[in-house]
Design a protein around this ligand. Structure first.
Ligand code: ADP
Ligand code: MG
Length: 311
């Protein structure tokens, strides 16, 4: 199958039709009609086999995750998903693998209303780069640089599940819901939209809480104190995480794709009411720089606000 047949067969009809796609897959460029009075939010993420997902991951899960990590960035900005492109490098054009990959991609694209409008297909080691575009009303994007001393630090959902699933991957009896947290992250799109006008700063947790919160602290010129006892855990995590690893998994485990949100104390109740996921207060922003944690005994420790480093 040549590359054009491959694109027609697996990707051309993949996503929902959108009226703002004037010209989709097939020409040199896609032609898109952005909404009047909206800003464009653009993000790219690459997944490399063996680095961003285990090599044995099901193709449908790879398709889902490649889009999910990009939608998570749109969610973290409070942007509504519109269009995406797909740059795919494949060692071989395996029709079964491609059908599975496209099915996982289609499932999430359809659920979130985002249209695949173009891309590139080459031969090489398995690697997937998606560029996703969304729209946000002017001035309403959730940025990293607006946190202020006295704001609460909150997270959606639970922490550490994906890192625990990765750690237990080869062990029998890994509960499917835990495995799903690694393979099929749920981008918090509705939560991101609902937080517009309430959050002072936000980002999505891809590289672990300590490092990612560190980006908000650096961009906002503030510090934070995190209460380790308040970090939200799932029941599977509570049942399976070794006691000695708990804090490390929740503080530094990657791939959660929850949102970390700063907001003034008076906005917390409204935010919790608006969200379709639990929002848990885990700490406070401080004028004193740096990240500190309070442990079970109530003692305060400095924490390295560094996350995963590629180099
Ligand atoms: P060009 O020669 O102009 O670079 P290509 O031959 O790479 O174009 O691609 C032909 C068309 O197919 C273009 O519209 C491109 O956007 C689209 N396309 C290529 N690869 C993909 C893919 N993996 N997913 C979606 N669209 C793709
Ligand atoms: Mg061209």
């Amino acid at each position: 199958m040549d590359e054009f047949a491959l694109i027609r067969r697996h990707f051309a009809g993949l996503s929902p039709a959108r009226a703002d796609v004037l010209l989709g897959i097939g020409d040199d460029c896609a032609l898109l009609q952005p909404s009047p009075d909206r800003q464009l939010a653009v993000t790219s993420d690459t997944l490399i086999s063996g680095r961003h997902f285990p090599e044995a991951t099901a193709p449908a899960d790879i398709g889902w995750k490649a889009l999910a990590v990009n939608l998570s960035d749109l969610a973290a900005m409070g942007a509504e998903p519109r269009w995406f492109t797909l740059a795919l490098s494949l060692p071989v054009a395996d029709a079964d693998w491609l059908a599975g990959f496209a099915a996982g991609l289609r499932e999430l694209a359809t659920a979130s209303g985002i249209a695949l409008v173009g891309g590139d297909t080459t031969r090489g080691p398995l690697s997937i780069t998606i560029t996703a575009m969304g729209e946000v009303p002017p001035g309403q994007a959730l940025r990293r640089d607006g946190a202020r001393a006295g704001d609460l630090v909150c997270v959606t959902g639970t922490l550490g599940d994906a890192a625990l699933a990765l750690k237990l991957l080869d062990q029998p009896g890994l509960p499917p819901p835990l495995r799903r947290r690694l393979d099929r992250p749920e981008p918090r799109l509705k939560a991101g939209l609902a937080l517009r006008g309430l959050a002072t700063a936000a980002l999505d947790l891809s590289d672990g809480l300590a490092g990612d919160l560190g980006h908000i602290l650096a961009a906002s010129g503030v510090g934070a104190e995190i209460d380790l006892r308040a970090l939200p855990a799932s029941s599977h995590f509570n049942g399976l995480a070794p006691a000695a690893d708990r804090t490390e998994l929740m503080l530094r485990g990657g791939d959660d794709y929850e949102l970390c949100v700063c907001l003034p104390p008076e906005a917390l109740e409204e935010a919790q009411q608006r969200l379709d996921v639990p929002l848990t207060q885990i700490g406070r922003i401080t004028a004193q720089p740096g990240l500190r944690s309070v442990d079970v005994s109530g003692s305060t420790q400095p924490q390295d606000a560094c996350g995963y480093r590629h180099f």
